[in-house]
Design a protein around this ligand. Structure first.
Ligand code: HEM
Length: 481
């Protein structure tokens, strides 16, 4: 099924599509992307126009931030995995795509997400993150539970007061504290950083991601402000310094490990900050509201089944939420995977062709030249009807259950790799892969130990979904702890 640069019997075709006129074409496409068509339509309409899921197009931001906005987009489940093949693509400096934020936002270092596996520092930092996650594995469940049970207590208080509770706001504060405590044993809000951590982090994230977002302001404001020039890094320096201080204080043990791996404490600390604040916090900011929205849409019937599975497994483990108990919750796991499939939190992936190669879609084989930028819009691949059938665009909680269901896991790509494969120092798959699927399940555990069902209003916000709780029904049966 993977794309190949040899062995195909079909004659390779040139990739169809168009970049339009230099400069003008890219600016026009950017406006289509943000304002006239919107993300999904932007890609779908080009697939339709050229009758191909491998197609040339411009991607934002374009001028003047990106030197070259031209890409070969891979937009089906069969062509997309070329981006995972380290023999075929180089992943240097393209974490955010065709532009790269200033390294003065990351202490002057190119942090792990921007490194290709061929660079020795990539191996050292990834190894550091694997060992950090491993060393803290027993702390994840209790830390998650204490932070998120307190979030749900706040939800209940807000519902009692005003009939509504905004999940995203509470999630930002809680996820930030949870990750800090889970990785380093100290909640950021209990340090000098105080309650300002999530706001400082969000501001720093915007400085890196503003070329790719719209704030819903009029186009005449957003275009010059967000999409044409980089926001000056000095305006976020103080926020970054405060975040750095937290990490340099609490991460002593991880920094010792880093030195043992041959990294300087300073480079390691900037990397820990990035992996915690951008990769982990940024990820949970989008993942949890998306998951909750999907589970809310499943309604009482789904909730009843999750209640039965979760409470049953916890009761069998003597009333405790253990890793073994969580592993037995197959429906919960399928729900988390399905949500990651339907709404992958990181939607864009890029890679430069290392050599002339062939990329295979469902329908044809295409010639791509060395140095060309390959680009994947993940929702097109993970909602491919040729793999997921008529329900490809729907939330199907049971999708990955059983033997047949597990065969579909190879087409779940949220971690920048197949769900059936594992991150390593030799690839660019997310080192937080197992952690993410675990905490997704833990959110469901916390919810359905506490509630029989809940209702929520779902909308859109800057980086994904917004969720407002409108009602919860407290648990009527055990174990409830
Ligand atoms: C890489 C997604 C959570 C650390 C990636 C990539 C994706 C991704 C798509 C590949 C980007 C690319 O190269 O194109 C996510 C999502 C998360 C999440 C959706 C949460 C919902 C985490 C967590 C960690 C983490 C918890 C903590 C260690 C990293 C790092 C990389 C990475 C360091 C770069 C890997 C490398 O250079 O080999 N992640 N991630 N991520 N992620 Fe995650």
């Amino acid at each position: 099924m993977a794309s190949s640069d040899h062995g195909s019997t079909t004659a390779p075709k040139d990739v169809p599509g168009s970049y339009g006129l230099p400069l003008v074409g890219a600016v026009r496409d950017r406006l289509d992307f943000y304002y006239f068509q919107g993300q999904d339509k932007y890609f779908e309409s080009r697939v339709e126009r050229y009758g191909s899921t491998v197609v040339r197009m411009n991607v934002p931001p374009g001028p003047f931030m990106a030197r070259d906005p031209r890409v070969v987009a891979v937009l089906d489940a069969k062509s997309f995995p070329v981006l995972f093949d380290m023999d075929k693509v180089e992943k240097k400096d393209l974490f955010t795509g065709t532009y790269m934020p200033s390294t003065s936002l990351t202490g002057g270092y190119r942090v792990c997400s921007y490194l290709d596996p061929s660079e020795p520092t990539h191996t050292k930092v990834k190894q550091l993150l694997f060992s950090l996650l491993l060393s803290r594995k027993d702390d994840v469940i209790p830390t998650f539970r204490s932070n998120f049970s307190s979030l749900l207590a706040t939800v209940e208080a807000e519902l009692a007061k005003g009939g509504k509770a905004e999940f995203n706001k509470l999630n930002d504060v809680t996820s930030f504290d949870f990750i800090g405590e889970a990785y380093f044993g100290v909640r950021p809000s209990a340090t000098e950083l105080g309650k300002g951590g999530p706001t400082k982090a969000a501001k720093w994230l915007i400085w890196q991601l503003h070329p790719l977002v719209t704030l819903g302001l009029p186009m005449v404001l957003e275009e010059p402000l967000l999409h044409t020039f980089h926001l000056p890094p000095f305006l976020v320096k103080g926020d970054y310094r405060a975040l750095y201080k937290y990490f340099s204080t609490v991460a002593k043990q991880a920094l010792d490990t880093a030195e043992g791996l041959g990294l300087s404490r300073e480079e390691a600390c900037h990397n820990l900050l990035f992996a915690t604040t951008f990769n982990s916090y940024g990820g949970l900011k989008v993942l949890f509201p998306g998951l909750l929205a999907n589970v809310a849409s499943g309604g009482e019937k789904l909730h009843e089944r999750l209640v039965a599975e979760i409470r049953g497994a916890v009761a069998d483990a003597g009333g405790k939420v253990t890793l073994a108990a969580v592993e037995r919750m197959e429906l919960a796991k399928s729900v988390v995977w399905e949500s990651l499939r339907l709404d992958p939190p990181v939607k864009f992936q890029y890679g430069h062709a290392k050599k002339d190669l062939l990329v295979e879609s469902h329908d044809a084989v295409f010639q791509v030249r060395k140095g060309e930028m390959l680009f994947g819009y993940q929702p097109c691949a993970t909602k491919d009807p040729r793999v997921f059938g008529d329900t490809a665009g729907d939330f199907v909680p049971d999708r990955f259950l059983g033997e047949e269901g597990s065969k579909l896991l190879q087409y779940v790509y949220w971690s920048n790799g197949r769900e059936t494969e594992n991150p390593s120092v030799d690839n660019k798959q997310c080192p937080g892969k197992n952690f993410v699927v675990l905490v997704g399940r833990l959110l469901l555990v916390e919810l359905f130990l506490r509630y029989d069902t809940f209702t929520a209003e779902v909308g859109k916000e800057l980086l994904g979904t917004s969720v407002i709780f409108t009602g919860v029904t407290k648990a009527t049966s055990g174990p409830g702890s």
